[in-house]
Design a protein around this ligand. Structure first.
Ligand code: F0G
Length: 456
């Protein structure tokens, strides 16, 4: 069958409030042209993020009822820990309330003022947490990553030569860890190949540097390997995931992505001494080591979600439905990152709006227009998010000017995706009239969340 169907049925629904264009113009102006400042109920299709926005299954809700809320040693903790160990394979598991809390603890114990941390591309929270500790976050994407037209199947890969050069120049004393983000969210949701993970691991182990995966979308990455990397065609996706983790010394994880949970995360390592120091911070900032900032019921929901996410029918549906949107946009001549990533569609705002300078934020302008056109909420990943150097206060254009439409898991149907495709086409038809933006007010760190804009 060619028709893509959702491999699940809907048994509980939430109404969507339909708004008029005039109402949306008023609302986005009141939100200072920043979609993060909108009320969610004023959004028709919310593609701001795939984080914490997934639909849980009846099994996960049932598991929540079994949640054990004991302060220490709850049954929920053991179910959570055993599931994480089974899939991720690390010896030490530290629960946190979300991914960035795991990053904050990890970098807090490992990063110093002269540290450099390479990644294929740092996500905004890992970059900010490293910079907060005084370290430098360095992106080493492969050459194909910037070529938006390249059909290379693993554009999330790290540039191996650049990594070897950095390790040789800085030495392990300045590189406390090497990180790789699977899939590469800021680089277009593109997967990292097993071959690349093996090479990075070889370099890291050769230099005695710990290697960590930012594992938020590990299942999507593993399934891309199954579908795209020779030699993995018949390997179960769960075993591909296990092999990915076998090359690493630890990971950070946001359970708000590939665990279908609305909250949660964890930090893993094989280093017991390091874990001891991390747990000491955990107790200060998150909670006791057997719940770490989560309710028992959350731990249970995550344990179920981590198993469900590895269902191959679900993962096929997930990758195919994202590809469906990308294919329709490409057919209309709209500049969109290809091949399709896993969790999101990335429009090249620079080419969509070539008349808008990078520091007049074409991605932000496009996000505003898409909201006005159809009530679709998306997020800029470009010079608003990455253009400010927090140390010097200087602004530089980001490497890419993207608009991300992140698709919550199991929330929207195929007809919702058709609506989104139509909305983007309508903005495309009137693109020449779209104007750039300027920032009126913004903080120094993670400014995209709260910045206020006006039209140029
Ligand atoms: N790493 C990556 C690659 C992420 O995409 C995110 C979150 C985090 C770490 C932090 O996890 O939100 O649980 O603290 N990404 C969300 C997004 C917010 O919209 O892409 P968190």
């Amino acid at each position: 069958m060619k028709t893509i169907i959702e491999p699940f049925k809907i048994k509980m629904v939430e109404p969507i409030k339909l708004t008029t264009r005039g109402e949306r113009v008023q609302m986005i102006e009141a939100a200072k042209f920043n979609p993060f400042r909108l009320r969610a109920e004023d959004v028709i299709i919310d593609l701001l993020t795939d984080s914490g926005t997934s639909a849980m299954s009846s099994e996960a809700w049932a598991a929540m009822m079994r949640g054990d809320e004991s302060y220490a040693g709850a049954r929920s903790w053991y179910r959570f820990r055993d599931t994480v160990k089974d899939i991720f394979g690390f010896e030490q598991v530290i629960p946190t309330h979300q991914g960035r809390a795991a990053e904050h603890i990890l970098f807090g114990v490992m990063v110093k003022a002269d540290s450099v941390i390479p990644n294929n591309t740092h996500f905004d929270t890992t970059r900010a947490n490293i910079e907060f500790c005084g370290g430098e976050a360095v992106d080493l994407p492969c050459a194909e990553a910037d070529d938006l037209d390249s059909s290379y199947p693993f554009k999330g890969n790290m540039d191996i030569e650049a990594l070897e050069k950095l390790v040789a120049e800085m030495g392990p004393e300045h590189i406390p860890l090497i990180m790789v983000t699977v899939t590469n969210n800021s680089g277009g949701g593109q997967p990292v190949s097993m071959a690349n993970i093996r090479e990075i691991s070889r370099i890291a182990r050769g230099a005695g540097i710990p290697f960590y995966l930012d594992a938020c979308r590990f299942a999507e990455n593993a399934h891309f390997i199954k579908r795209r990397e020779p030699g993995f065609e018949t390997t179960p996706t769960i075993d591909i995931a296990r092999e990915m983790f076998s090359y690493a010394d630890g990971c950070t994880m946001s359970a708000k992505k590939d665990a279908f949970a609305n909250i949660g995360g964890f930090l893993c390592t094989n280093d017991a001494e390091l874990a001891h120091r991390e747990r000491n911070i955990l107790i200060l900032t998150e909670g006791f080591p057997t719940y770490g900032g989560l309710a028992g019921r959350d731990l249970d929901a995550i344990a179920v979600g981590l198993c469900e996410i590895l269902d191959e029918h679900y993962l096929d549906f997930r990758l195919r439905s994202t590809r469906y949107v990308v294919r329709h946009l490409l057919e209309a001549g709209i500049p969109v990152l290809a091949p399709a990533g896993g969790h999101a569609v990335y429009i090249d705002a620079h080419r969509f709006l070539p008349h808008i300078e990078p520091l007049q934020y074409p991605g932000q302008a496009l996000a505003v227009e898409l909201y006005i056109e159809a009530g679709v909420r998306s997020v800029e990943i470009g010079s608003v998010m990455f253009g400010l150097d927090p140390h010097t206060g200087e602004e530089h254009p980001a490497r890419l000017e993207l608009l991300r439409l992140a698709i919550p898991r199991r929330v929207y149907t195929q007809s919702h995706m058709d609506y989104v495709i139509e909305a983007i086409n309508l903005v495309w038809e009137r693109r020449e009239k779209v104007r750039g933006m300027r920032i009126v007010e913004a903080p120094q760190f993670l400014r995209h969340f709260t910045a206020e804009f006006e039209r140029v």
